[in-house]
Structures are given as structure tokens and as C-alpha cells.
Design a protein around this ligand. Structure first.
Ligand SMILES: [Zn+2]
Ligand SMILES: [Zn+2]
Length: 196
């Protein structure tokens, strides 16, 4: 079961290496420009994570087909937050999003190789997300930052689904009015590691 958690890493690592190598061989960007694009791609992950989570994965549609799509994409994870088979995004979900991102990045920059560097950064952001999300539900983080992010995400699951959409950072929640301080809310007992 845990093997399926690695599927996104096994798929996107060689893809990002291939795209980065193709862009490097094409030589259209110098290393500093390539690094800037990759950094922009990494930061764009936060925006994509927030926008998808807030506006797509919690969208309440009248259409049964859309509701089923949203359920399999995200709400099934809310139904069983610790279920390993619902924890990481499926390739069926992420590949169309990744393809649309790369095409939009190409259209926006006018350069396929710049789009590749952006994609490399985005992939790093996505891997951070999957790792932090796993830590939130199954980890025993020791650092304050990881414990904070863990609690922040668990409170999104239990009691505040209309808020706290950020997983890798609460910054966009702060900027977009969906932040909520943790206050005295307790991390739900059923999510604590010893309950596994
Ligand atoms: Zn959610
Ligand atoms: Zn979760």
C-alpha cells in the first residue's frame, strides 16, 4: 500500500529531469535565468495548491458528474484522512493539471524551455506538498514549523473546511481571507500518531 505513495515521485522525477535536461541542452536561458524560472515555478506551486484546493476540490457543484470528480480528487481524502490510498494525488488527476500548467507557462513566456524550468520548480513544490501532507497525517514531526503545518492542516480537516486551504504554507490563506489562527482548538485525538 505504501508503495503507491511513491508513484508521483517515480513519475515526475524523471519527467522533470528530462525537461530540465532538454531546456539545458537547448541553451536558450543562462543558468541564472534558468534558476529564476525554477524559483518562480517553485513559488507558483503555492498558488496552484491554494487555488485548486479552495476553488476546485471543495467546489459544491449541482452536477452529479462534477461532484463525483471532486469527491475522487479530494473529498474522498476528507472522508478518510488517514487512508493511504487516498493521500497522494492520482496521476489521472495530476497529469492533466501538469500538462495545462506547462502549456500555459509556454504561452505566457513564449519559450518552451522557460516553461520546462518553471515546471522543474513546480515539481519541487509539488513534492514538498506531498511530503508535508504525508507528515500531517502520518508523521511525528519534531520541528516547530512542521508541527505547526501539521496542526494547521488537521484543523482544515476537522472543523474548518472552509478555511486553512494552504498545506505547504498559510500565507495565501492570510492574503485571501481564509486564514484562521489555531487558538485553543486541539489536534483531533484520532489523528495523533499513537492512534494508528
Ligand atoms: Zn480540503
Ligand atoms: Zn489532508
Amino acid at each position: 500500500m505504501r508503495g503507491r505513495l511513491l508513484i508521483p515521485f517515480c513519475f515526475y522525477t524523471p519527467l522533470a529531469i528530462a525537461l530540465g535536461s532538454a531546456a539545458a541542452l537547448a541553451g536558450r536561458q543562462g543558468w541564472s535565468e534558468a534558476l529564476l524560472f525554477a524559483a518562480a515555478g517553485l513559488m507558483s506551486w503555492s498558488a496552484l495548491e491554494y487555488a485548486l484546493h479552495r476553488f476546485v476540490f471543495h467546489h459544491e457543484s449541482r452536477s452529479q458528474a462534477v461532484r463525483e470528480l471532486v469527491w475522487s480528487a479530494h473529498l474522498s481524502h476528507h472522508d478518510a484522512p488517514k487512508a493511504l490510498d487516498r493521500l497522494v494525488a492520482s496521476l489521472e488527476l495530476s497529469i492533466p493539471i501538469a500538462t495545462a500548467y506547462w502549456l500555459l507557462a509556454w504561452a505566457a513566456t513564449g519559450s518552451w524551455s522557460a516553461a520546462c524550468w518553471l515546471f522543474v520548480g513546480l515539481t519541487m513544490g509539488y513534492f514538498c506538498y506531498e511530503w508535508l501532507h504525508f507528515q500531517a497525517h502520518h508523521g511525528r514531526p519534531r520541528s516547530r514549523l512542521l508541527r505547526y503545518l501539521r496542526r494547521y492542516h488537521l484543523l482544515h480537516h476537522y472543523g474548518s473546511e472552509g478555511r486553512r486551504y494552504g498545506v505547504t504554507s498559510p500565507l495565501l490563506d492570510l492574503a485571501c481571507g481564509t486564514f484562521e489562527r489555531a487558538g485553543r482548538e486541539r489536534t483531533p485525538e484520532r489523528e495523533l500518531p499513537q492512534s494508528r
